[in-house]
Design a protein around this ligand. Structure first.
Ligand code: ANZ
Ligand code: ZN
Length: 816
């Protein structure tokens, strides 16, 4: 029995493929489990992070199949996106060719790792069928008012001629070509995710216990709900006249109304409409205009670093003190938060303080520490006591917030306001390799959506990709079409969708079966049965955007009547990173380990065993070559020792009492491993302790030679280990057990019952010592052992009476 991972793994992979072993069925009366791992981008080859991700989900899926559940464990490819276009620019391949040949290769890798994915439900989000359904949903969302088009300031790379997402701007430069990114005012499509801000926040409570705390907190901060005061600053008469009476003031939002008496200036965002008006109407000198332009062209991240600003020579009146307050433009004020304008309190806010120092603006303290003094060289931002604040003096600054808001409301000069950091989701990209946004621009009708029967609006394949601009714009025919509404000549939208749109609903698409796959995205019945996902497994890097967008889509689909639940993912497991030499494996560090090479050398089972044994799934996993060797040796031994099994179709029945000590111990270890296995899949995910338990059980089996105990041991251990090392376990199981043992196993309590008892020994009624004997020890032997252990009290005495009280004690009556 020589272990050959190559032969054995290939055999089982073929067997599973031919038997459709991992296809879920549509018997909706059966208990189900939906196990999902985050699908990959088809970059070319799997990396170890992927292998870890799918090894975990595969273990879950296989375990639940053994337990008799109807299991959905699907996979797909998140296959639209920039890298396909970049590869096209680099090596001249068509994005589609590049993408689909990568997908083919990676599917082969999935197979060679033995992952139990459904084949029937495989998909790529760049498939035209997927685009068709997605465009249908986009149209539904537009009709519901959840999609709109508006002008906005976007990150624009002048060299690549495209909009960049915030994450694609690195230190103010394009991530691809390093050109300075500018802000460009252009049309963009947005999803109204802010309409769901409150629900996305409050429903986080439903996920407590199922999702890691850290992820819930990250989502909460991203949504960023805050409470404060909104009020209007009114211009003085001179300023109003300077603005040709076009504006009488502007709104500001503050979370610190308690600092209102400390306001020493107000600041507008460079994009504020008042600033725009002044530029357009030549109310500012050239120098000022240039400075404002520079601010606009800096990314919002860089704007937070070095403060800069210009005075507008305008003044407003303080709403309470009626004093004059000067107006500045400041780079740190963002147009897309609050109202794009702030009241500045340098004494109590760090940013306002830096700005005031730089431009010599007054610093008026109005809150002081409860004990100790205010310092001159920084802002005091903690809770304290109000002073210089008229009738609010002496209040605790926390309490003052509500009181001051109440006062503004009573005077009708301001209102309590809730604000969200969350912004509407800009979804249009000026790229080729994405799902076209299904709209048409018509001179007579304006923006018109496509008719559903015309979907999909598929990408043309004959394009030239140069890296500059959107190839769809330059295509000679594609964008020319008839208006779906009036029939006149019209032009197609050439923007494509952010790829996060595709990953926001793919888990729903997997609920469809071959029966309706071509006809609809999914049926209500299928969704109701399979959703929510029971275990979702993936990287922490998706803690915010992907998970938030998927939650948003779920709520939108609910409101569109497609589904009837609120949250898509019941339990979320965020796996730890895979490290080598203490650093995250990455191409740039050159410390990657190629999964294919590991499979070639040791086999998939070894890779899987190492991954699940070396660390709990949520923690970092340090790659360790000698531990990989160790995993390999364990599997080899596990396979070779299986020759001790006697073929059987059912678990051997064993009379536990008749076994030797070593045999009993071996059984105990086997069942201990089983108990640990049942712990793994609920909450703790402790694969490592389960595997350690199996290793201990193997050692204990080795120390005895009862063939029934061997067979029973393997019956259970191969069933426990099949989710981890499926190939070798299937081989052993089919060879000896006709695959009958790969099912749920019953824990036999009898093997845990301790087979020794403790008896007290008393002499003349007085407790003297204790003895340990087998629970079925004969009376004669018990007495012998008792006398030996009580020898020192018996010396030179005569025993006159010997009594054994079964399971309790031994009593000896003696005399001199
Ligand atoms: C005066 C003040 C005094 C402020 C103070 C803070 C401390 P959060 O909590 O994140 O909602 N702010 C408002 N709109 C802004 C914008 N468009 N761009 C930049 N900053 C803006 O932040 C709210 C606070 O951020 C507001 O409260 C405002 O500054 C500033 F001692 O008002 B505060
Ligand atoms: Zn028209």
């Amino acid at each position: 029995m020589e272990y050959s991972s190559k032969k054995l793994e290939k055999k089982w992979q073929e067997y599973w493929a031919q038997n459709g072993s991992f296809e879920p069925n549509e018997d909706f009366t059966k208990a189900k489990k939906y196990i999902l791992s985050m699908f990959p981008f088809p970059s070319g080859r799997l990396h170890m992070g992927h292998v870890r991700n799918y090894t975990i989900s595969d273990a879950f899926a296989r375990y639940y199949r053994q337990q008799g559940f109807n299991v959905l464990h699907p996979i797909g490819f998140d296959s639209f996106g920039m890298p396909a276009e970049n590869a096209a620019i680099k090596n001249g391949s068509h994005p589609k060719t590049w993408t689909y040949s990568n997908i083919d290769y990676m599917k082969g890798e999935f197979k060679s790792l033995g992952f139990s994915f459904s084949k029937e439900r495989e998909l790529a989000t760049s498939d035209e069928l997927y685009t068709k359904f997605e465009q249908g949903f986009i149209i539904d969302m537009y009709e519901k008012g959840l999609l709109y088009r508006k002008k906005g300031f976007l990150n624009w790379c002048p060299s690549c001629q495209t909009v960049l997402a915030n994450e694609q701007v690195l230190e103010g430069s394009c991530w691809r070509c390093d050109t300075n990114v500018v802000k460009k005012d252009m049309n963009q499509y947005y999803f109204k995710i802010t309409q769901y801000g409150d629900e996305l926040l409050s429903d986080l409570a439903k996920l407590e216990g199922g999702w890691p705390k850290q992820v819930l907190t990250m989502q909460e901060n991203w949504i960023g709900k805050s409470y404060g005061l909104e009020f209007k600053f009114s211009f003085d008469i001179a300023s109003r006249e300077r603005l040709n009476n076009k504006f009488d003031g502007f709104e500001v939002f503050t979370t610190r109304p308690d600092t209102i008496y400390g306001v020493s200036y107000a600041a507008l965002a460079p994009e504020h409409e008042i600033v725009n008006y002044m530029i357009e109407n030549l109310l500012l000198d050239d120098d000022t205009i240039i400075k404002i332009q520079e601010m606009k062209n800096t990314s919002s991240i860089d704007r937070q670093k070095e403060k800069s600003g210009v005075s507008l020579n305008l003044n407003v009146t303080h709403p309470l003190t009626k004093k004059s307050v000067p107006i500045w433009v400041a780079n740190f004020v963002l147009m897309d938060y609050g109202s794009g304008a702030v009241m500045a309190v340098p004494a109590h806010d760090d940013r306002d303080f830096d700005f005031a120092k730089k431009y010599n603006l007054p610093i008026n303290a109005v809150i002081k520490p409860f004990n100790g003094d205010l310092s001159d060289d920084k802002a005091f931002t903690e809770v304290g006591e109000l002073f210089n604040s008229e009738s609010f003096n002496g209040l605790n600054s926390k309490d003052a917030q509500g009181k001051i808001i109440d006062y503004f409301e009573a005077q009708n000069i301001g209102t309590k306001k809730t604000n969200f950091r969350l912004k509407d989701w800009g979804v249009s990209r000026q790229r080729y390799w994405g799902a076209p946004i299904p709209f048409v621009h018509c001179d007579s009708c304006g923006l018109v959506m496509e008719k559903k029967e015309n979907l999909p609006i598929a990408l043309p394949e004959d394009i030239v990709i140069t890296g500059e601009g959107n190839p769809l714009d330059k295509h000679p025919t594609w964008k020319h079409c008839k208006c779906p509404s009036c029939g006149k000549d019209a032009v197609r939208e050439t923007d494509t969708m952010d790829t996060f749109v595709e990953s926001s609903w793919y888990f729903l698409r997997f609920c469809a079966s071959p029966k309706n796959w071509q006809d609809e995205a999914f049926s209500k019945e299928q969704i109701e049965y399979w959703m929510s996902v029971d275990h979702y497994i993936g990287g922490i890097e998706h803690a915010i955007l992907h998970l938030l967008y998927a939650r948003f889509f779920t709520k939108v689909f609910r409101d569109l009547g497609y589904i009837s639940f609120d949250e898509p993912f019941n339990k979320l497991l965020t796996q730890g990173m895979v490290l080598k030499d203490g650093a995250k494996m990455s191409k740039s560090k050159g410390n990657t380990v190629d999964p294919d090479a590991i499979i070639e050398k040791y086999g998939a089972d070894t890779a899987r065993l190492f991954i699940l044994f070396a660390a709990p799934p949520t923690q970092e996993l340090e790659w360790n070559d000698s531990a990989v060797e160790g995993a390999y040796r364990f599997i080899k031994r596990f396979y070779e020792r299986s020759s001790n099994i006697v073929k059987t179709d059912s678990i051997p029945q064993i009379d536990h009492g008749s076994l030797s000590k070593d045999e009993k111990f071996a059984r105990k270890k086997v069942y201990e491993a089983l108990v640990r296995a049942n712990d793994v899949y609920g909450e703790k995910y402790t694969f490592n302790t389960m595997i350690a338990g199996v290793m201990e059980a193997m050692n204990a089996l080795n120390a005895q030679s009862n063939s029934d105990v061997w067979s029973e041991g393997y019956w259970i251990l191969t069933s426990i280990m099949e989710p981890v090392i499926p190939h070798v376990c299937s081989e052993i199981s089919s060879e000896y057990f006709s695959l009958k043992n790969l099912t749920s196993q019953r824990v036999l309590e009898e093997v845990f019952v301790e087979n020794v008892i403790i008896l007290g020994v008393s002499i003349n009624g007085k407790a003297r010592t204790e003895i340990e004997v087998a629970s079925d020890e004969s009376q004669e032997n018990i007495m012998k052992i008792a006398k030996e252990s009580a020898a020192k009290w018996l010396e030179g005495k005569t025993i006159v009476k010997e009594i054994v009280v079964p399971k309790k004690l031994v009593n000896l009556v003696i005399k001199d």
